[in-house]
Design a protein. Structure first.
Lengths: 133, 398
């Protein structure tokens, strides 16, 4: 069985709960934490690989807690033609995947840090951030 | 001895390829290295630049006549209405206009994906644009309907005329409320989580000539990738110097009305722009040359991000309710560092104005002048300066 890759997003209330332990103990899942981050505003994101017969039940447990669960089958890309390097995205990107190089103030995109929240896709004034399936 | 130069002397040097031209950032480095007097003597022209959303923008379009003739009473370009309450086949397409059937903010926050600014972008990119017009028919203009495709090259005239561009300085926007807000200053999260700002600071044209000693009516400029001119002061032109506890914090609120032939501009420098939950607009590239006529002009042109400040404004409550006052001032050096402190809290900052593009404009204009392709023009009329003490009025309701 191939693992499910998923992105979890959650607020302050969830950051203090042992949700991964529950997935392992109660739903007998094999969990690999690919990436985990809690930003200074205490919003958490986690990318997991999950294997197990009860994986759907485990994910429903997370959803019921208020965790956003999303399949990881997309990629965010920057359309270099459209990007004017204004930097508007750098203030709202939760993980710093979009950041400014200083002192040049050029905008850089580090796809490895991206957690697919798609905020940049929504707010980019030039519509330069795109979702690729 | 202090230096005095004239426009004629500087233009003669440009013509012979001997003019010393530097960007505003290069001038700062030169003044630090050689001192102000030496730099003022050496440098003839300083180039500035800004690239940012400028909502008070638009284009006058004159389409040419149809057979039979038509007095266009209503006009749409790619579905976006243009104002046609002027002569028969003339219209003004405003940057923030939206299609009649756009959901706007009814599905909050609205996307505003395609508006007047995007049509201007498409026109200048030489893309075909759908023209629709209706008229009521007259004896001399009998036709009542038109639907066709035009391009920028097909129509007779296309003149960019932006009533308010190139804001001298602007607020640093924050949000003190407990909900996310969507503004023309971008998305601002609650509880002072982020702060947005929008000028190029030490490269910004009007911050480098705060007393309007050289920039006036008729000044030739880089506009939208081509040549343009300052037409007048912009609307809401309220130039003043900010002083706090005896310290000068830079210029506050001058603006320019600018114009130029759209046909020689470029889609790289006129870009359709969408602000989530706010509206559509046009990002405009502007570069203005400042002749170093004397040391005082050089001193202002060499102002650094450390010397230039923006007022901090709460867009959650104070701005929409037109409450006077602000949350203090912050330097562009701090704003560009990525973090500032407000009320003891560390706040993430982000610009809406592209610094790399501003730098590219200043460098491009510098190249034009160095190669003798661009001469300076002396203003035919000076613009109101801080000394004129303009005061903004708000609408009084009965």
């Amino acid at each position: 069985m191939s693992p499910k890759r998923i992105v979890l997003r959650f607020g302050t209330d969830i950051s203090v709960k042992p949700i991964v332990y529950r997935l392992v103990k109660d739903y007998d899942l094999v969990v690999n934490i690919v990436k985990a981050d809690v930003n200074p505003q205490k919003e958490g994101t986690m990318i997991l690989e999950v294997i197990g017969d009860q994986s759907e039940a485990g994910l429903n447990y997370l959803r019921n807690l208020g965790v956003s669960v999303q399949a990881l089958n997309q990629e965010i890309i920057r359309n270099e033609e459209k990007c004017v390097m204004c930097g508007a995205c750098t203030g709202i990107c939760p993980t710093g995947a979009l950041y400014m190089e200083r002192p040049s103030m050029e905008v850089r995109f580090d796809g490895d840090q991206c957690v697919f929240c798609k905020l940049c896709v929504k707010i980019c004034p030039m519509k330069a951030m795109e979702v690729r399936l | 001895m202090s230096v005095e130069k004239t426009y004629a002397e500087i233009n003669a040097k440009i013509k012979s390829g001997k003019a010393v031209v530097v960007t505003a950032e290069e001038l700062i480095a030169l003044v630090e290295e050689k001192g102000l007097s030496k730099a003022a003597q050496e440098v003839d022209v300083v180039t500035t630049g800004t690239f940012a959303p400028m909502c008070s923008s638009g284009a006058f379009l004159s389409f040419g006549h149809t057979t039979p003739r038509m007095k266009m009473q209503k006009v749409w370009l790619n579905g976006v209405p243009a104002y046609s309450g002027i002569a028969a086949v003339d219209a003004y397409l405003g940057a923030t206009e939206m299609p009649d059937d756009d959901p706007l903010n009814s599905n909050y926050p609205g996307e505003f994906r395609y508006g007047g600014g995007h049509v201007i972008h498409d026109l200048v990119a030489r893309k075909p644009v759908k023209l629709k017009a209706t008229g009521y028919g007259t004896d001399c203009y009998p036709r009542r309907n038109l639907e066709t495709i035009i391009t920028l090259d097909d129509i007779n005239e296309a003149v960019l005329f932006n009533p308010r561009n190139c804001y001298q300085n602007y607020n640093c926007a924050v949000n003190l409320t407990d909900r996310t807000i969507y503004t023309y200053m971008g998305m601002i999260k609650p509880h002072l989580e982020n702060a947005n700002f929008s000028t190029s600071g030490q490269l910004s044209p009007l911050l480098k000539d705060p007393h309007f000693k050289t920039i006036g009516v008729g000044t030739k400029i880089f506009l939208g990738g081509g040549i343009g001119y300052v037409a007048w002061n912009g609307t809401q032109h309220f130039p003043s110097m900010m002083n706090v506890d005896g310290k000068e914090l830079g210029a506050a609120g001058g603006t320019l009305a600018v114009t130029g032939d759209l046909k020689q501009m470029s889609p790289r420098w006129l870009v359709g722009t969408s602000y989530l939950g706010y509206g559509a607009t046009l990002s405009v590239g502007i570069g203005i040359p400042i002749p170093i006529l004397n040391e005082e002009i050089a001193r202002y042109a060499a102002m650094k991000d450390e010397d230039l400040y923006a007022p901090i404004m709460d867009y959650g409550e104070a701005y929409p309710s037109l409450t006077p006052g602000n949350l203090g001032y912050v330097s562009y050096a701090d704003l560009k560092s990525g973090k500032i402190k407000i009320n003891g809290k560390e706040v993430i900052t982000a610009p809406l104005s592209s610094m790399p593009r501003a730098r590219e404009i200043a460098a491009t204009l510098k190249g034009w002048i160095q190669r003798g392709e661009f001469q300076l023009t002396e203003p035919v009329k000076m613009l109101p300066s801080p000394a004129d003490g303009f005061i903004a009025h708000s609408i009084k309701e009965a």
